[in-house]
Design a protein around this ligand. Structure first.
Ligand code: FAD
Length: 281
């Protein structure tokens, strides 16, 4: 890359066991030297992993000195619970939140007091003014529950209008879809940065499962090539590092404002992409 690297951020999930804590510790140690603008920590809907998210954010923020952004989903929560959590994060010195609706876990019947992520953004602003920098999610390949692409886009704009500062996309492997989405959002008047979410590939069957759940498309050519490597882990790694580094390069060359990496708490896939990206001229 000839131009300087724009801001990058890393997403983690909260560890629940000592083994997972040790893994995250190593991952953070390996990724921190890449100087992320911030790191984020996911949140399980329905409060099940709430304390894990808080505990992990506390570690990243206080012990590692990272700008740590908890994900906060409103699904299943009451206003009082969400208010308390916002206050806890504020008291901890957290300055960023990734505000989401979340998904209803199977067996849970109630949505909670706030229905959509736009309601959550509005609530955070009402409760804490401009204290938090708020990111929201968006979907260049359309959220799976949206009636259609235009309705989804309008709902995305509502989150920005409610006070979000920026957005992170669902991951994708087709940069054209991202740029079309950004242009359509800008035509609607969205001028907040829309940062592409990048999913490095290390395990094809896991990626296929995730993608079916969240509605992200794996292009046919990519699926066919990945499948053709069978169990050859090294070949998959090498090929997919190339593919994802090229994707990042295209995104940055065409004006993406940063890159947000879904690390899945592993350093190597993300580091390989960053190293390969740095080596592309
Ligand atoms: P919303 O923006 O509320 O949209 C949800 C659906 O409702 C969309 O189809 C939208 O078009 C529609 N909609 C919105 N407003 C209205 C309205 N007023 N009327 C009718 N329809 C409407 N999930 C977790 O559980 N924990 C996490 O930590 C987490 N992190 C994520 C991080 C990123 C960057 C991304 C992209 C997703 C993440 N998710 C996470 C997944 C996310 O919670 C799901 O995709 C969820 O289904 C939608 O969340 P949202 O915030 O986009 O919802």
């Amino acid at each position: 890359m000839t131009q300087p690297m724009p801001p990058i951020s890393f997403e983690f999930f909260p560890p629940k066991t000592d083994e997972q804590r040790a893994t995250l510790e190593k991952t953070v140690a390996a990724l921190q030297p890449r100087r992320p603008q911030y790191v984020s920590m996911t949140f399980g809907a329905g409060g099940s992993t709430l304390s894990y998210t808080l505990e992990a954010v506390r570690e990243l923020h206080l012990r590692h000195g990272l700008d740590a952004a908890p994900h906060l989903s409103c699904m299943g929560g009451s206003r009082a619970e969400i208010r308390e959590l916002i206050e806890t994060y504020r008291a901890l010195g957290v300055k960023r939140i990734v505000a989401l609706r979340g998904d209803l876990p199977s067996g849970m019947a109630s949505f909670g007091d706030l229905r959509y992520a736009s309601d959550l953004v509005e609530f955070i602003r009402t409760e804490s003014g401009d204290h938090f920098h708020i990111e929201v999610a968006c979907y260049p390949e359309v959220h799976p529950q949206a009636a259609d692409a235009q309705a989804d886009l309008i709902h995305f704009k509502r989150k920005i209008d409610a006070g979000a500062n920026g957005a992170i996309t669902q991951y994708f492997y087709n940069p054209d879809g991202y740029f079309r989405f950004v242009e359509a959002a800008q035509r609607l008047g969205v001028d907040a940065p829309i940062v592409p979410g990048i999913m490095p590939i290390s395990n094809f069957s896991q990626l296929r499962r995730f993608s079916e759940l969240c509605g992200a498309e794996i292009p046919r050519w990519l699926a066919k090539r990945l499948a053709s490597y069978g169990d050859d882990v090294e070949a998959i790694r090498d090929f997919s590092t190339d593919v994802v580094a090229q994707l990042c390069r295209t995104l940055l060359e065409r004006g993406a404002p940063g890159l947000h990496f879904y690390t899945l708490n592993r350093a190597r896939p993300t580091l390989s992409v960053l190293d390969r990206l740095g080596a592309i001229d």
